[in-house]
Design a binder for this molecule. Sequence first.
Ligand SMILES: Nc1ncnc2c1ncn2[C@@H]1O[C@H](COP(=O)(O)OP(=O)(O)OP(=O)(O)O)[C@@H](O)[C@H]1O
Length: 235
Amino acid sequence: MLQIKHLTKTYGNKIAVKDLSLHIKPGEIYGFIGHNGAGKTTTLRSVVGIQQFDQGEILIAGKNNQEDPLACKKVIAYIPDNPDLYEFMTGYKYLNFVADIYGVDSILRQENIQKYGDLFEITQDLGQPISTYSHGMKQKLAIIAAWMHNPQLIIMDEPFVGLDPKASHLLKGMMREVCEKNGAIFFSTHVLEVAEKLCDKIAIIKNGELIKQGTMEEVKGDESLEDVFLELEEE
Ligand SMILES: Nc1ncnc2c1ncn2[C@@H]1O[C@H](COP(=O)(O)OP(=O)(O)OP(=O)(O)O)[C@@H](O)[C@H]1O
């Protein structure tokens, strides 16, 4: 579903990501963890095609994201670390705007807006401008927008930040559902307890370089993910 091959990205003299390779298969929830400034956002932004990179290749469902960006964007959804939405739009307007971009038919969009609006308990707020929403409400709206076109690959940067416990629980279930339909999820998080419970596989990045990856068992063995992560950080 997603193949990152030898990705390198520099900002001036700073190497943000160095020779990073990862393979995420259909049906997998893949967690991406690392210290602040490790290179997670840089990697995710390169995958979704909103940032140029210096070297490497990224394939999404077999297509190169630089040579065929539209085909790639059609099958993915991206939730950035900060839900910077169009504040002047109402929630409804924003969801319809996203649905228009992806060509979602009117029946499916209404179903999705109703279903996820009710589940996240923001249906009654969808008529209000986004500028009046709390951080968590904006995050919920960004999640509903991401799920609007039934994407095959969902990329999320710190998706649980700002969500209340019920919404976090709901999102975890939605992530699992995507994978049961043979989709895949690649997401960054600092919440290691969530990663440990939720992820099939995990990659740990340190100073731009991948230092460990594999199934949860391969990465942590009998230890907790937190202990393994802290040990690797010390090395
Ligand atoms: N636009 C930019 N210009 C210059 N340097 C940048 C830019 N964006 C990121 N960096 C640098 O690249 C490195 C990786 O940053 P990145 O945002 O990818 O880290 P991260 O792992 O997502 O961190 P965090 O967990 O804090 O969100 C950091 O050293 C950061 O300072």
